[in-house]
Design a protein around this ligand. Structure first.
Ligand SMILES: C[S@@+](CC[C@H](N)C(=O)[O-])C[C@H]1O[C@@H](n2cnc3c(N)ncnc32)[C@H](O)[C@@H]1O
Length: 237
């Protein structure tokens, strides 16, 4: 639920690039519209970005003319880079193990970020605010399969299985700033669970519940949430 917040990624990007010498080559896998690529490029890194989404690649090219961007698949990487960065990508690919194996094959260093557990971040408050309007948890579908990479032990294990030596798995807290109530509530109301809640209780009741839940996160005219991410720091074993 980050659509209304901007600029939150900088502490994460700092950690991804920490200690890597200026001028080093960086492959930004799953670059999206180029926010991390722009940050790395401003810091003097030589950035190549790939993403499966053609429109994201076009946006990244406009955003960061100094970097190279291509449409590509994270499961099949080309070239050789000082650093392979996987910023908020592993939860979106079909096979995170294969992606990490590819990163280990083409990167001297691999740094990959994921969300922390739900209970470690203020983002959980969105679910708490809506829970009175949703079916009881037991009645909701829970995803099948192995535990997600938000579990640090599983993240370490999959990295080792991919042929990486884990140097660190650090926690980074990022401030999510919402300039006003609409920025906080608007994206939530148009999400799947938000629409469900609005259908059940109406927009005014849902908005009031969200603002009450977030009252303690008020900062000036807006809101500040703190969300936790983990950054895997690894190199080919
Ligand atoms: C949550 S976004 C993160 C974007 C960017 N790294 C950032 O932090 O702003 C996930 C990105 O992964 C891309 N993606 C998903 N599967 C992919 C794949 N198999 N190969 C390359 N990119 C992929 C999506 O198109 C999307 O841009």
């Amino acid at each position: 639920m980050s659509d209304g917040a901007t600029g939150w990624g900088e502490p994460l990007y700092e950690r991804v690039l920490a200690g890597v010498p200026e001028g080093a080559s960086v492959l930004d896998v799953g670059c999206g519209p180029g926010v991390f690529a722009a940050f790395a490029s401003r810091r003097g890194f030589t950035v190549t970005g790939i993403d499966a989404d053609r429109s994201a690649v076009a946006a990244a090219r406009r955003e960061v003319p100094a970097a190279e961007f291509e449409v590509g698949d994270a499961h099949q990487l080309d070239g050789s880079f000082d650093l392979v960065a996987l910023v908020q990508v592993l939860a979106h690919v079909t096979n995170p193990l294969k992606v990490l194996k590819e990163a280990a094959r083409v990167g001297g260093l691999v740094r990959a970020t994921v969300w922390g557990r739900e209970e470690e971040s203020d983002v959980r408050l969105f679910g708490e605010a809506l829970s009175p309007f949703l079916p009881p948890r037991g009645a909701r579908r829970t995803p099948a399969g192995p535990p997600p990479l938000t579990e640090p032990d599983r993240f370490r294990k999959i990295a080792r299985t991919a042929g990486l030596e884990v140097l660190a798995l650090d926690e980074v807290r990022c401030p999510f700033d919402y300039p006003d109530e609409d920025a906080l509530v608007g994206p939530l109301l148009t999400s799947d669970i938000g629409r469900y809640a609005v259908n059940a209780a109406g927009p005014a009741a849902v908005r009031a519940a969200v603002l009450t839940t977030f009252a303690s996160r008020r900062q000036g005219e807006g809101y500040r949430l703190w969300n936790l991410f983990r950054v895997l720091d690894a190199r080919p074993a």
